[in-house]
Each structure stands twice: as structure tokens, then as C-alpha cells.
Design a protein around this ligand. Structure first.
Ligand code: URA
Length: 314
């Protein structure tokens, strides 16, 4: 009896455009690499290992990508697809269930694919394109820290989350813990933010989280106007790549930098539509950690935002 769950991988490499690795079935059909699993969800790390072991290709998964297609409880299993970026390999081993494999540029693959594969491929392609663009921006952004007179930490804290997120969350600047772990919002403010998002019915893993300044200001000082301005073009680029429908700004720095809103104390909870993006203004969780009143206000704001975000159709 076949398994009720199967996983698959869109495997790509970057040349002048992207090329995709397809496996050809015994019947001669173009397919992505698939495997059956006993039960749902071992995650992308297991997929990386499976590919390495089975076909001899070193791959790296794009961590927040998600594509799931329900089966019919009988002959068609539930399918979960990962995107994997190909690294080094010597020779690709072809598992017995396939007759051969080939690398195809996107345009060619789209021509050869059936309807389902086309839909999956174009969805994945758009994700990959954004992912690679974000990597490029990150690399350029990191180089800022070589600037003369640089006073922020030199450790760059990347944004985190799906690059096609509907919601982006923008904070102020990393704290000491973020600087150590190189991840946004993982310290005390981050823990509180996670809890408040959860309580409001919002999922952190579905949002792209970053900050107006992505380097730690030593001693946790406020970033200067000049530092914020230096980082702003990179923030704007991230927004234009991710194209979120909603941006939640946390605290004064983010509200002013990205939405042009001053004084969060007076303006928290407001909703501004500008150039196709809805900006949702609230406090920074560091303020909520300090003052119970602010925590309650922020929680109310997030609940209001959650209702707005979740009431609209995708
Ligand atoms: N506070 C922020 O504004 N950003 C982070 O990444 C962490 C804490």
C-alpha cells in the first residue's frame, strides 16, 4: 500500500537564469523529484539529507517556502514541496523509479510541463526570484559596515521569513541577543512579540520580519538619523522585492522611516494606505515589556490588525 503523504523537491541552480532539475518517469513524463514518507512533516532538513543520500547532490533548502497540495485519501497522496538550491555534485544518481533526469531552463520547463506542474513551477520560480534578490540586497547591505566612521555593530542581522509574505513586520534595530544569534527578534522583546502575535491570531512564521536598521547599535542606543538614512534604501528595496500587502511597524523609528508617521504614542492603532501597501502602526515590544499600559494598547492594536489582515481574501 502506498503512503498517504509524499514530499517533493523543486531543485534549481543559478546560471544566467534559473535551471531546474527534472526527473523523467518510466512513462516519459516530466516530474520533480518525489518520495513517499510514513507520516507528515519531517521538514526541509530531512529533505536536504534525503536528496544528498539518494541522488548525490548537495542542496540547501529555502527555509520558509511552503506549498502543500491535498490528496484524495486514495490514490493521490498529500504532497508537500520544498525548494532546494543545488550546490556541488559529481554525478547525479538516478533512483530506479525514474528513467533519466535533465536540467531545464525555466522557460523550456514551462513549455514542457503539464498544467499542475506549470502552476507549481511558476509559483516556485517567483519565490526563487525574490529569494535570490533578497540575498543580493543582504550582501550589498552587509558591505555598509565597511563605511568610514561606522559605529554600529559590523554583524548583519538578516530579515527572516517567507519572501512572498503578505505581511512584513518592521522593528527598530537588533538588540544584543539578535547581534549574538544573527536573527531578528529573538531576545526578550522578540519573545514578547511572538506571544502577542500568537494571542492576536497572527503567525510569525508566515511574516517577513526585519528592522529599519539591521546592525546592533552598541549599548542598545537609538540608531542616529544618519544611520537610519544610510540603511533606508536597503529597507525600501526589501519591501519592493517582498511586495507585502501589509506592513506592521513597531515603534517610532519604523513608523517614521517607512510610513512617515511620527509619535506612535499618539498614532498607534492607525491604518494608512499608501502606494498599494497598508501600514499598521503600533508600539515596539520593548516598550510593552516596560509598561503594562503599553502592552495592553499594543495587544489591542495587534488584534485590530489581525482582523484586518485575516478578513481580506488572499
Ligand atoms: N528589536 C528590533 O527592533 N529589532 C530586532 O531585530 C530585535 C529587537
Amino acid at each position: 500500500m502506498g503512503s498517504n503523504f509524499s514530499e517533493g523537491a523543486i531543485i534549481y541552480k543559478k546560471n544566467s537564469d534559473f535551471e531546474f532539475l527534472f526527473f523523467i518517469s518510466e512513462k516519459g513524463e516530466l516530474d520533480i523529484f518525489r518520495w513517499d514518507i510514513e507520516k507528515e512533516g519531517k521538514g526541509h532538513k530531512a529533505a536536504e539529507q534525503a536528496i544528498g543520500k539518494e541522488i548525490g547532490l548537495k542542496v540547501e533548502a529555502l527555509p520558509y517556502f511552503s506549498y502543500e497540495k491535498p490528496g484524495n485519501n486514495k490514490s493521490i497522496p498529500n504532497l508537500k514541496v520544498f525548494i532546494l538550491r543545488a550546490g556541488n555534485y559529481e554525478k547525479i544518481r538516478i533512483p530506479k523509479r525514474y528513467s533519466s533526469c535533465e536540467w531545464l531552463p525555466y522557460k523550456e520547463a514551462i513549455k514542457k510541463a503539464d498544467q499542475h506542474m506549470k502552476a507549481l513551477l511558476s509559483y516556485a520560480y517567483e519565490y526563487i526570484r525574490r529569494y535570490e534578490e533578497i540575498q543580493k540586497v543582504n550582501k550589498e547591505y552587509m558591505r555598509l559596515s565597511n563605511s568610514k566612521g561606522w559605529k554600529l555593530s559590523r554583524r548583519f542581522v538578516k530579515g527572516e521569513g517567507p519572501v512572498n509574505a503578505k505581511v512584513m513586520v518592521i522593528g527598530q534595530a537588533p538588540g544584543e541577543n539578535e547581534d549574538k544569534m544573527l536573527r531578528p527578534f529573538v531576545g526578550r522583546s522578540g519573545k514578547l512579540l511572538d506571544q502577542m502575535l500568537r494571542e492576536a491570531g497572527l503567525k510569525r512564521g508566515k511574516m517577513y520580519i526585519t528592522s529599519a536598521v539591521q546592525f546592533f547599535p552598541p549599548k542598545n542606543r537609538l540608531p542616529t538619523r544618519e544611520e537610519i538614512e544610510m540603511c533606508k534604501p536597503f529597507l525600501t528595496k526589501q519591501v519592493s522585492i517582498i511586495k507585502p500587502k501589509y506592513i506592521i511597524t513597531l515603534g517610532n523609528v519604523a513608523a517614521k522611516t517607512i510610513a512617515g508617521v511620527e509619535n506612535v504614542d499618539r498614532n498607534h492603532g492607525i491604518v494608512i494606505k499608501k502606494d498599494g501597501i497598508t501600514y499598521l502602526i503600533t508600539y515596539h515590544p520593548a516598550a510593552a515589556l516596560r509598561f503594562k499600559r503599553i502592552k495592553e494598547l499594543m495587544q489591542k492594536d495587534l488584534l485590530k490588525f489581525s482582523n484586518i489582515i485575516n478578513s481580506k481574501k488572499e
